[in-house]
Design a protein around this ligand. Structure first.
Ligand code: EPZ
Length: 450
């Protein structure tokens, strides 16, 4: 298993570029299963989660290939429709294959995702939506089996106890593109990643209206067709890099930043006293003076993203005064708090909220990553801490950030990736190892035309 050695106390400055969005790429790759022709997706980030998704598609007999930063997908009529536990348990977003499979093939057997460190993450809303479209849903031995000759349009409300569901909206929206008649999805998720998926599906011949609003209207079509698409930039990586500037007292320009999709986050940074300048698709973050404590709640889009809550908590740990952080999306998403306390932070968690009293300094120490965004928060805290921080289990970080230490080191950080002498080596899918899994004259012909 790998770990980071982070030498803290250095100010970051310079220019860095944001990659493609993980949370847009994953549902788009899953939705490719609904398309009988060749699909080319540009701007897919090279991440562990993407490698897992490609491994899942390959396990079904889908042909995939990575070429010059693009991912090519070809799901023929002969693929299988099983998503096995050993892959789904590695990545919850695998559940996004359910809707496309049952819509195109009339059958899908997908493992239930299981537990997660950021909270109880059921998929009841996904299943409610597919059942409303006419799918027969059976839960057997840890698997969801969905069957339907042809899905039929319906009026569906996807509101859950903590608001809309992002991947639930992706799943049901993808399925509805091939349903007979019109589907209305009420209380749909409005995240930019849902909008990007709708754009991808419409480019493939779907008829989805209202993406980005809480009500989607989808007119089913008989079939989708080949498509090429470029994934939107990753707003969460952009926000994470912005916090890296703030927490080290630096001056960073973030290129390819989706500024329009992080306005609530940018407003919060300004409220804290940071200088934030949006220049077309770049964001410049500078620290001008002592930062101010703030209170915020992580909410569904367009609120402050729960995926930036841990990173902001790391920043607030060093801001004098008392700040309050509440997570209304994942009420238990505070595993990072205890690790930040190990670095000297003063944080107390009560239910779905945390009270943070800013401290003068953090001190480097050995800490453990528990989930993707918690690991990002601990990297950021290590950058600011005095001395050296050892961050273990960085495979969590590699799920959602491509060569993150290289980006930070290009800005003046000193983060070293090394084998953890205290743990066995970690095996698992890595992006780039998934080559085309079969020669296909048809595939060559189709892809070579692009
Ligand atoms: C997506 O997860 C993202 N993942 C998450 O990012 C993100 O934190 C989350 O949306 C919220 O924005 C991907 O897009 C791959 P939800 P998702 O369904 O879709 C409850 C990261 O770090 N709920 O929107 O699984 C659920 O428990 C990851 O990149 C139900 O009750 O989240 C939660 O409280 C972490 N029933 C709330 O809704 C359901 O059927 C929002 O969950 C589904 C969800």
């Amino acid at each position: 298993m790998e770990m980071f050695l982070i030498r803290g106390g250095r100010t970051l400055s310079g220019t860095v570029r944001v990659g493609g969005s993980k949370n847009a790429a994953l549902p788009i790759l899953a939705a490719s299963l609904a398309i009988p022709g060749a699909v080319v997706v540009h701007g897919v980030p090279q991440l562990r989660d993407v490698a897992t998704m490609l491994e899942l598609l390959n396990s079904m007999g889908v042909i995939t290939e990575q070429l010059n930063g693009a991912v090519q997908v070809y799901a023929s009529d002969e693929i299988t429709t099983l998503a096995p536990y050993e892959l789904v348990r590695q990545m919850r977003a695998s559940v996004c294959v359910l809707g496309p499979l049952v819509a195109r093939f009339g059958l899908a057997k997908v493992s239930l995702p299981g537990g997660c460190n950021i909270g109880h993450r059921p998929i009841d809303l996904h299943l409610k939506g597919l059942a409303a479209l006419g799918a027969d849903i059976q839960l057997t031995s840890g698997y969801v089996i969905a069957r339907c000759r042809r899905l039929k349009g319906a009026d569906i409300d996807l509101m859950g106890p903590s608001g809309p569901t992002v991947t639930g909206t992706c799943n049901v929206m993808s399925a509805a593109t091939l349903a007979e008649g019109c589907t209305i999805i009420r209380n749909a998720a409005r995240e930019p990643e849902v909008v990007d998926l709708a754009r991808f599906l419409n480019s493939a011949g779907a008829n989805i209206q209202g993406a980005g609003t809480e009500t989607l209207e989808i007119h089913g079509v008989d079939s989708l067709h080949s498509v090429a698409h470029t994934v939107i930039p990753d707003r969460i990586e952009a926000g994470t890099l912005a916090v890296a500037a703030a927490i080290t007292g630096g001056d960073i320009t973030i290129q390819n930043a989706p500024v329009a999709s992080i306005t609530s986050f940018v407003e919060l940074l300004s409220r804290m006293g940071l200088s934030v300048e949006a220049l077309n698709d770049s964001l410049r973050i500078r620290t001008r003076s002592e930062l101010r404590p703030v209170d915020f709640s992580a909410e569904p889009y367009p609120g402050i993203p729960t995926d930036l809550q841990a990173q902001l908590m790391a920043l607030l740990a060093l801001v004098p005064g008392e700040s309050h952080v509440t997570d209304l999306v994942f009420p238990e998403r505070f595993m990072h708090a205890a690790e930040l306390v190990r670095l000297g932070a003063d944080i107390r968690v009560h239910g779905n909220s945390a009270v943070i009293h800013g401290v003068e300094k953090l001190s480097g120490a050995p800490v453990m990553a528990s989930d993707l965004r918690a690991s990002a928060a601990l990297v950021l805290a290590g950058l600011a801490a005095e001395g050296q921080t050892e961050l273990r289990r960085i495979y969590h970080l590699d799920r959602g950030y491509q060569a993150f230490e290289k980006k930070l080191n290009s800005l003046g950080a000193v983060v070293e990736r090394m084998q953890d002498p205290l743990s066995p080596t970690m095996s698992g899918p890595h992006f780039g190892t998934t080559a085309r899994n079969a020669e296909s004259p048809e595939l060559d012909r189709v892809f070579d035309q692009r």
